[in-house]
Design a protein around this ligand. Structure first.
Ligand code: KG4
Length: 334
């Protein structure tokens, strides 16, 4: 069975062709970083306009690299939400049109489910149930995953997502967009404990997150240094900020493991490509005898392959295709 996956929830136009469960035949991503970098963040109107230009060539490229034609495709899986409405509408309308014209069934996929299941694109696959930390530009959530379509929300951010905090901190200290990779690069030359930034643990036992106070602490630190006409040590600020984010993400995941009694952790989402987070999570999992499964970095950030896979795993032939479905901006997974 061949699944065409289409993703356009934010600023990447992506498509992939997947054979059955794990035969990835192609994965094409057209990044819009160059358009949004001068604004320090995604401009929704520009994003949807670029999706309109890119969607057809990206899908054609994915089909061509896979060596198949649209008539060979058995299922179209497309991101239905959450994300920017204008961006989502481009991919979703395109998928519905191709589905209708070519008589290929389509299935709407929750972007978060794509991130939760992206690890199954790897050769080494986890067994259900497991705890999943999904950490991206729009989400920071912990889930208990019991099957490819049974996810229970354990905790979520109450304000900024971790990736959003990386992007905002990068902007305020004048680093490029997307902020995560630039902050991580600077952090390599910095001291993790040079600046004492706060960790928001929230109530004892809470699996929720909060990153807006940390972002304000970085802002206050930068203003303080400027007022004293001191030297802002950017690598130290980046390393200390990154450490504060990573420590909370890792320890809350360990708390989720303790509360659920499970023995497996899975990560997904753009921030899970962060080297320090991957290393620290691995160390704490090893210390506690927990198995950790990580997608490779290119499967952590937005891609069409994870949408194809989630669609393939969640598709039920017997459910009729509904063309009056719409996109949504907030995740249906909690
Ligand atoms: O999953 P993703 O591509 O898009 C969303 O679904 O949001 O994640 C993008 C986010 C951005 O906020 C970006 O700054 C962050 O992931 N990110 C990173 C790294 N690479 C991407 N954050 C920290 N370290 C990284 N290496």
């Amino acid at each position: 069975m061949l699944t065409l996956g289409i993703e356009s929830s934010c600023d990447d136009t992506a498509a992939a062709v997947l054979q059955d469960e794990d035969g990835l035949l192609s994965s094409v991503i057209s990044s819009q970083d160059i358009i949004h970098s001068r604004f320090g963040g995604v401009v929704p109107e520009l994003a949807s306009r670029r999706h309109l230009e890119s969607i057809h060539p990206v899908v054609q490229e994915a089909l061509s690299r896979a060596g198949v034609a649209i008539g060979d495709i058995n299922l179209i899986a497309v991101t239905q939400g959450p994300g920017l409405i204008g961006s989502l509408l481009v991919g979703f309308s395109y998928a519905k049109a191709v589905s209708y014209v070519s008589s290929i069934p389509f299935v709407g996929v929750d972007h978060m489910a794509g991130h939760l299941l992206s690890v199954f694109l790897e050769d080494e696959k986890p067994h259900f149930p497991f705890v999943a930390l999904i950490v991206s530009g729009g989400t920071t959530s912990l889930f208990l995953c019991a099957s490819p379509s049974d996810f229970t929300l354990l905790g979520r951010t109450r304000d900024d997502a971790a990736g959003e905090a990386f992007d905002k901190v990068a902007k305020l200290i004048g680093l490029g967009y997307p902020g995560g990779p630039s902050v991580a690069r600077e952090a390599e030359a910095g001291e993790n404990n040079a600046v004492k930034f706060p960790r928001a643990w929230l109530e004892e036992d809470s699996l929720d997150f909060s990153f807006s106070g940390l972002k304000t602490a970085v802002l206050n630190h930068c203003h303080g240094v400027k007022e004293k006409k001191g030297d802002l040590r950017v690598p130290d600020v980046c390393a200390s900020f990154q450490e504060a984010v990573v420590e909370v993400l890792v320890e809350k995941t360990m708390l989720a493991i303790k509360k659920t009694g499970l023995g497996t952790v899975v990560m997904g989402g753009g921030v899970s490509s962060n080297r320090r987070l991957r290393d620290m999570m691995q160390r704490r999992c090893d210390e506690n005898g927990i198995k950790l499964y990580l997608p490779r970095p290119s499967f952590c950030t937005d891609n069409g392959a994870m949408i194809a896979l989630a669609g393939f795993l969640q598709f039920h032939k017997e459910v009729p295709v509904e063309y009056n479905q719409d996109v949504y901006s907030r995740s249906q997974l909690g």
